[in-house]
Design a protein around this ligand. Structure first.
Ligand code: GLN
Length: 518
């Protein structure tokens, strides 16, 4: 049902070019493609009753039909269920006259396929969980359901979130909507690509070492990793439990704040979630930047960083300066140890977390002649190469005789890295860096060399080790028209400052308004 307000200037154009529905004499400027809108824009249209929830949801699936065979961002598309939910939500809006402006009523979102969705397959893009249907809902998605969101589908990732390109998915790779021969980043590559390709209004990702921010940077969208403990991990399939955090991937900073308001807060089901009050993250948007101190870590402008990335980030710093912020050089002296520290700790935790996939309790099973044989066959056939590499590395680092030399030492270095940030935040409000040393690279370019792949996380990993929040926002394009991301890092539980700075920057540029030509 199309429910247009006659006075509306809105012109709805659905995907098929020759199937345009011109409902009034609107102009070119106010043409809207519903799938291309942000959360706040869809909310406004729903609130003014200019469109129905079904219009929005239908538009998303028409877009998916048009582009998904090229982007392949999804593992599971939940169209039938979504259309049913759309009807239920519409009913609520109409009969109870509930305001859509404060909720997510009727907003189509995509969820990374490592967050449990009750009754909907949750695979972690691994063969070992290819038939796993969770009997419970993760806390984040429960909160979205309470707010009336519509699940579009579950997005592709590097198997168990291990990777930086989404090429480690056990099912298929995802392509970067800006260049279909390039990777979208990872591990939340499916979520970032789906947002960039307008296959959803926004999405959730998870970030253990950069997996929200790096794909957001490479796909030209906004990705926020909250402070460790800000968002419940209940129902997020664990990779490295002391580093994992869920966060929003959106088309702009305002939507990031809107989703943060909904997913943040203490959860008795996750003992590591912080019992702290949650501020209204949208309240800081538009606040003055005057006097805000922006730390520029000298260790982050390194050799090996792409020249165009360096130029864009330096220009962004100048822009922030012109908005009233004060750039200050800071030092994070242990930056050089971050990648090594992360790959000892993350793999150690992963080797323990992934021990549960044994073919007995759930997921895929390859029968053997006895129990041990079944374990071995299941894990040999169920896990992909990168996951096996990490389980072996982590098991080695935790084993007797090596534990002191690797795991314990890495924990000590982690503390030092955290102290570097604490020291820096005594002098500045936020820290600004590139998100990734390069823009999107070609599919297959780094798969043969895991170390090269690991180095692409150099700017994001310390943030997880320290537990602080970070956001990536679009800050330019390469000469090949690939997006570049700017990372803004905050102090513990100070997402407000990074959102404030990100918003001020975003509002003074138009990088976030550019869309790939699909
Ligand atoms: N790219 C990093 C890794 O491979 C980070 C992944 C993540 O944040 N989930 O571990």
């Amino acid at each position: 049902m199309l429910n247009f307000n006659n006075k509306s200037k809105v012109f709805i154009e659905f995907e098929t070019e020759n199937q345009q529905l011109n409902h009034d004499n609107s102009t070119e400027e106010n043409r809207l493609k519903l799938y291309s809108l942000t959360i706040s824009e869809v909310r406004d249209l729903l609130e003014r009753k200019e469109v129905s929830v079904k219009d929005v949801v239908t538009s998303i699936y028409e877009r998916i039909d048009a582009v998904e065979d090229r982007v392949t961002a999804f593992v599971t598309i939940t169209k039938d269920e979504a259309l049913k939910i759309a009807d239920r939500v519409q009913e609520k809006i109409t009969s109870e006259n509930i305001k859509s402006t404060t909720s997510l009523l009727g907003i189509p979102l995509a969820i990374k396929d490592n967050m449990c969705t009750k009754g909907i397959r949750t695979t972690c893009s691994s063969k070992i969980l290819s038939n796993f249907i969770p009997p419970y809902e993760s806390t984040v998605t429960s909160r979205l359901i309470e707010q009336g969101y519509v699940l579009v589908g579950k997005t592709n990732l590097d198997e168990f979130a291990m990777g930086s390109s989404t090429e480690n998915s056990g099912f298929h790779i995802t392509k970067n909507p800006w260049d279909l021969e390039s990777i979208p980043g990872g591990s939340s590559g499916g979520s970032a690509a789906a947002v960039a390709a307008d296959e959803c209004i926004a999405a959730l990702g998870s970030d253990t070492g950069g997996s929200i921010r790096q794909p957001a940077a490479l796909c030209g969208v906004v990705g926020l990793k909250p402070t460790y403990g800000r968002v419940s991990r209940y129902g997020l399939v664990a990779f490295a439990s002391s580093l994992d955090q869920i966060g929003p991937i959106t088309k702009n900073v305002q939507d990031s704040a809107i989703l943060m308001n909904i997913i943040s807060g203490h959860d008795p089901l996750d003992s590591t979630s912080a019992p702290l009050p949650v501020p209204d993250f949208t309240a800081v948007l538009g606040q003055d930047m005057k006097g805000i101190k922006i730390g520029i870590p000298k260790e982050y402008f390194i050799e090996g960083m792409d020249r165009e990335v360096g130029i864009s980030v330096r220009d962004s710093i100048k822009k922030l300066d012109s908005l009233g912020a004060i750039p200050v050089e800071v030092s994070l002296p242990r930056t050089g140890y971050a990648v090594a520290t992360y790959y000892v700790l993350a793999t150690s935790e992963a080797s323990s977390n992934l021990a549960r996939y044994d073919g007995v309790k759930y997921g895929f099973r390859a029968e053997g002649k006895d129990l041990m044989d079944t374990y071995l066959n299941t894990r040999a056939q169920g896990f992909g190469a990168e996951v096996k590499r990490r389980i072996m590395l982590g098991t080695y680092a935790l084993s007797s005789g090596y534990y002191e030399a690797y795991y314990k030492k890495a924990q000590q270095v982690r503390t030092l890295i955290k102290r570097d940030f604490e020291e820096a935040f005594k002098a500045v409000d936020v820290i600004v860096t590139p998100t990734s040393p390069t823009a999107a690279f070609k599919v297959g370019e780094k798969t043969a060399d895991p170390l090269q792949m690991y180095l692409s996380d150099i700017f994001t990993i310390s943030v997880n080790l320290a537990g602080v929040p970070g956001i990536s926002i679009p800050c330019g394009f390469t000469s090949h028209n690939l997006p570049i991301g700017l990372q803004i890092i905050g102090n513990h539980f100070d997402e407000e400052s990074i959102l404030k700075v990100a918003y001020a920057y975003e509002q003074s540029t138009d990088w976030h308004k550019r869309r790939p030509n699909l």
